[in-house]
Design a protein around this ligand. Structure first.
Ligand code: IMP
Ligand code: MG
Length: 170
């Protein structure tokens, strides 16, 4: 299998800096809780967090809906957040929004904990695959309907450590 580059490392880093700047402006020095979805969003989230000059708290959540390249259509809950987010500005950090199922679920779940604000920041958006109405507030790149790997994204748990985003050619 060959992995072709879709977005190279330099372009990703440049875009993350732009997103960080936008987020800083929008939250104007208020405290923010980044809820990072495991495992995929970790690479993106750490880069983004390092570029943010806001008072920042980090937390993690893990739900899964995928096996292989096909969505199973079911969400399983693997790890919950440990922070109290009531009254806080919460920003969910995701690697990719595909059908929108995962984030629709997460938004509803976290919304019940009464955050002051609740937004979504995703590195990638496969807009044309959307089945659930969901508009992430911050999007790194809109991408075509291709299965992508790298920069945290996996195919059966492999390729997450690639420093770029690529697609697999069989
Ligand atoms: P959704 O619930 O359909 O929006 O799917 C979101 C999740 O599916 C993401 O958090 C990824 O884990 C996974 N996913 C969707 N598309 C891709 C892809 O192209 N490559 C790797 N993982 C993907
Ligand atoms: Mg994911």
């Amino acid at each position: 299998m060959t992995v072709n580059t879709l977005i190279d490392e330099k372009a990703i880093q440049k875009r993350i800096k732009e997103l960080a700047l936008k987020i800083e402006q929008d939250y104007s020095n208020e405290e923010i809780v980044l809820i990072i979805t495991l495992k995929g969003a970790v690479f993106f989230a750490t880069e983004l967090a390092k570029s943010l000059s806001l008072p920042t708290i980090i937390d993690f959540i893990k739900v899964s809906s995928y096996s292989g390249t096909q969505s199973t259509g079911e969400i399983s809950f693997n790890l919950d957040i440990s922070e109290n987010i009531s009254g806080k500005n919460v920003l969910i950090i995701e690697d990719i929004v595909d059908t929108g199922r995962t984030l629709t679920y997460l938004k509803e779940y976290l919304g019940k904990k009464n955050p002051k604000s609740l937004k979504i920041c995703t590195l990638l958006d496969k807009k044309e695959r959307r089945e659930f109405e969901l508009l992430p507030e911050y999007v790194g790149f809109e991408i075509p309907d291709k299965f992508v790997v790298g920069y945290g994204l996996d195919y059966d748990e492999k390729y997450r450590n690639l420093p770029f985003i690529g697609y697999i050619e069989q």
